[in-house]
Design a protein around this ligand. Structure first.
Ligand SMILES: NC(=O)c1ccc[n+]([C@@H]2O[C@H](COP(=O)([O-])OP(=O)(O)OC[C@H]3O[C@@H](n4cnc5c(N)ncnc54)[C@H](O)[C@@H]3O)[C@@H](O)[C@H]2O)c1
Ligand SMILES: [Zn+2]
Ligand SMILES: [Zn+2]
Length: 385
């Protein structure tokens, strides 16, 4: 079958690979009908997350069940399913505590309590490096789905792929950021980053009770999408200018909540890049630092943008003085997915309005390039195998 294979930074190819096979009685094989490219894929694509051997990418996908292992009684051939990006067993301590992303069984080689840079990571992820389990991903014609009796959710007949595809990742991720912030109602929520994740956080903010939603980005066309798809006010830029603008909009206090939906690949100059490399930092915490400055005293900073290493000059004293609440990490998709599916089916939210490109799987190399380089108005790409 055809699949998107990562070889080295900026080099991915659509190639023939072996068809996936049932390896465990709890596996299913899913024929992929739609798959998306995520900002998280760009960390591998740009070499910020290392991957030594070639690997099939992709953790946002849905499709039709082709075959099930003999212990999977919840699915049958022909079912349409959407699959959460974390691979979770459903039976371990963390799965029982609604933290599937920390599953103790899905990443046997590299799992551990430490969360180090290159060791003791969390649970397995589809198509997300050997450190996260080495599973082939879903940017392919078909994919093996482990623990298929726990992760995949059936999609009702008649609902187009696009309407439910983002339940795999970005819609639960945006939702998680706001759930972590624990809004009481009427808050001003500033979301750093108007990429797919930031846009989902903005949509979630309204539904969870925000009184005002502000999107921040350095790309004008993404701010336009924030205004159009998430009804957000927008601020263009980064650093001092953004901090001042948000304080000006909030009687000098700062926003009640500042979501970091940028992560470590925030835009920085060459000098700062060199300094980060010297300190063995993957990327930068620039966007997070701006969020910490722009949030009000006693506010919340949910961090869904991904970070990979330790970072020098982390402003702990400022965080302490301002008395901030933090919650960071990958989203526990299994925990949110059913109620978020319901919101879509009831028409309370639309998530597919951020799709700017639908392309055949064979065009993946170009799709990665335009998404990474922010060309051609690209916000979110869906690939069709
Ligand atoms: N926590 C999770 O479970 C989870 C899930 C999916 C994605 N992510 C992460 O979320 C982040 C965003 O993902 P995405 O798909 O939206 O990616 P993206 O790269 O499309 O979006 C990032 C946006 O940030 C903007 N940006 C760059 N520097 C900025 C700055 N200094 N200030 C403000 N905006 C800036 C970019 O222009 C871009 O629009 C990534 O780090 C991704 O890995 C996390
Ligand atoms: Zn993703
Ligand atoms: Zn588990």
């Amino acid at each position: 079958m055809k699949a998107v294979v990562y070889h080295k930074p900026k080099e991915i190819r659509v190639e023939d690979v072996d068809d996936p096979k049932i390896q465990d009685p709890r596996d299913a094989i899913v024929r992929v009908t739609s798959t998306a490219i995520c900002g998280s894929d760009l960390h591998i694509y740009n070499g910020t997350f290392p991957q030594a051997r070639p690997m099939v990418l992709g953790h946002e996908f849905m499709g039709v069940v082709e075959e099930v292992g003999k212990e999977v009684s919840t699915l049958k051939k022909g079912d349409r399913v959407v699959v959460p990006f974390p691979i979770a067993c459903g039976t371990c301590w963390f799965c029982h505590h609604d933290l599937p992303i920390h599953c103790e069984n899905s990443n046997p080689k590299h799992y551990g309590p430490e969360g180090g840079v290159l060791k003791e990571k969390g649970g397995g992820l589809f198509g997300y490096t050997d450190l996260y389990g080495g599973y082939d991903g879903g940017q392919a014609e078909a994919v093996r789905v482990p623990y298929a009796d726990y992760g995949p959710r059936k999609v009702p007949e008649g609902v187009p792929d696009e309407q439910v595809l983002f339940l795999t990742d970005i819609w639960p991720t945006g939702w998680a950021a706001l759930d972590w912030a624990q809004l009481r109602g009427g808050e001003t929520v500033a979301v750093f980053g108007c990429g797919p994740v930031g846009l989902m956080a903005q949509k979630a903010a309204w539904i969870q009770g925000a009184g005002r939603v502000i999107g921040i980005d350095i790309q004008e066309y993404r701010l336009e999408m924030a205004r159009k798809a998430a009804n957000a006010e927008t601020v263009k830029g980064k650093g001092d200018h953004v901090v001042q603008a948000i304080r000006d909009m909030t009687d000098g206090r700062g926003a009640d909540v500042c979501v970091d939906a940028v992560g470590m690949e925030a835009d920085i100059g060459a000098l700062r890049k060199a300094a980060a490399a010297i300190h063995l930092e993957a990327g930068t915490i620039d966007a997070l630092q701006t969020a910490i400055r722009a949030v009000r005293r006693g506010g919340a900073v949910p961090v869904v943008g991904v970070y990979g290493t330790s970072y020098d000059n982390f402003p702990w004293g400022q965080i302490f003085d301002k008395g901030l609440r933090f919650h960071a990490g990958q989203a526990p998709v299994h925990y949110y997915i059913d109620r978020l599916m319901q919101l879509i089916l009831e028409g309370k939210v639309t998530t597919h309005d951020i799709i700017t490109h639908t392309l055949p799987l064979s065009e993946a190399p170009n799709a990665y390039r335009i998404f990474n380089e922010k060309e051609d108005g690209c916000v979110k790409v869906v690939l069709k195998p």
